[in-house]
Design a protein around this ligand. Structure first.
Ligand code: NAP
Length: 308
């Protein structure tokens, strides 16, 4: 069977680190083009816009968007106009009002939209959801702390008005909204803004959960040394601990053996399944929680951030 021709838009850190290798390993997709202002990945042709690409390569059927969140509406509209199916990186957009248009745009165009949450593809996520089924949740603690210098080196967009530390924290929200039964709502948040930046570098959040358990989350973008991406859940049936961004799991301190490969390999297999069914997947709950943190959150000014 011939592979579906796909393009990447935005060849930055995540495109090179994760999307290109996943597509190279895929037997469903063939990376033939890139919409980029710079060099395309090896073996792909470079174009300045989606319409230019579609005119030159009419058999490209899908585009995977890896640009920063600002500007997605235009790119996605252009993709649907060209009749392309679309997969997008998290966070889905710069604003909720923008992101809320995407699913209708896809339906009107008769195209498939996949709003991805790569952390949901981590190996422990489905086993954790299964383990939690039927248990009473007593307490949830999230610690999502990483060094922005490692994960967003030299990127100016990350400090523009916008998500800041929630760019990483939204991954924790994507896991929580998937594995916890029932709804989550933001009760309280403190957002800490460096005096010289327009986005928060850290946040502490308290969420209410449908089952009344307190859910506490701490996000930090200035974590030196070991990086921390953990979710601890106390239940009436034991204690679940997710670590390494939900790629590892233990129950009452005992590690659980997990299957599963790289997150982005699974994301592209999920996209392939959506394309086969001609079905979209556009869950915005993690992004809504982030927006609510900005609506309710107290803002605190902290020391200027230095990029070294
Ligand atoms: P990045 O390294 O800055 O790359 C983004 C690319 O998008 C740029 O290289 C550029 O590609 C293109 N672009 C188009 N308009 C742009 C603009 N106004 N400013 C900057 N770049 C622009 O960013 P990234 O880390 O890959 O992140 C991209 C998306 O992936 C974000 O939504 C981020 O949250 C998500 N993500 C990042 C990571 C990570 O570890 N960094 C992990 C998972 C998800 P061209 O040079 O080809 O034009």
């Amino acid at each position: 069977m011939s592979r579906m021709k796909i393009a990447l838009a935005g060849i930055g850190k995540i495109a090179r680190d994760a999307h290109v290798p996943a597509l190279m390993a895929s037997d469903a997709f063939e990376l033939v083009a890139a919409v980029t202002r710079h060099e395309p990945p090896e073996g792909a042709r470079g174009f300045r816009s989606i319409s230019e690409m579609k005119a030159a390569l009419p058999d490209v059927a899908a585009v995977s968007i890896c640009t920063p969140p600002r500007g997605r509406l235009q790119l996605i509209a252009e993709a649907f106009d060209a009749g392309l199916d679309v997969m997008i990186e998290k966070p889905p957009a710069a604003t909720l009002s923008e992101a809320r248009q995407f699913a209708d745009m896809a339906a009107r165009a008769g195209c498939v939209l996949f709003v991805t949450w790569h952390s949901r593809a981590a190996a422990a996520v489905e086993p954790a959801k299964e383990w939690l089924r039927g248990k009473e949740i007593k307490r949830v603690e999230v610690s999502w702390k990483e060094d922005i210098r490692i994960w967003h080196p030299g990127q100016s967009w990350i400090w523009e008005p916008g998500l800041g530390a929630f760019d990483a924290g939204i991954n924790a929200f994507s896991v929580l909204t998937h594995i916890l039964p029932g709804a989550l709502t933001v009760e309280d948040a403190e957002l800490r803004f460096p005096a010289n930046k327009d986005a928060p570098i850290a946040a502490d959040i308290r969420l209410a959960h449908a089952h009344a358990a307190p859910v506490l989350a701490a996000f930090d973008f200035d974590q030196r040394g070991p990086q921390t991406w953990t979710i601890d859940i106390e239940t009436d049936g034991g204690r679940l601990a997710l670590s390494d961004g939900a790629s590892a799991m233990s129950v009452d301190g005992e590690p659980v053996r997990l299957d599963g490969g790289p997150e982005y390999h699974l994301l592209y297999r999920q996209f392939q399944a959506l394309l086969e069914d001609r079905r979209s997947d556009a869950d915005l709950r993690p992004f809504e929680l982030v927006a609510d943190c900005f609506l309710l959150g107290r803002r605190k000014l902290v020391a200027p951030f230095e990029d070294f």
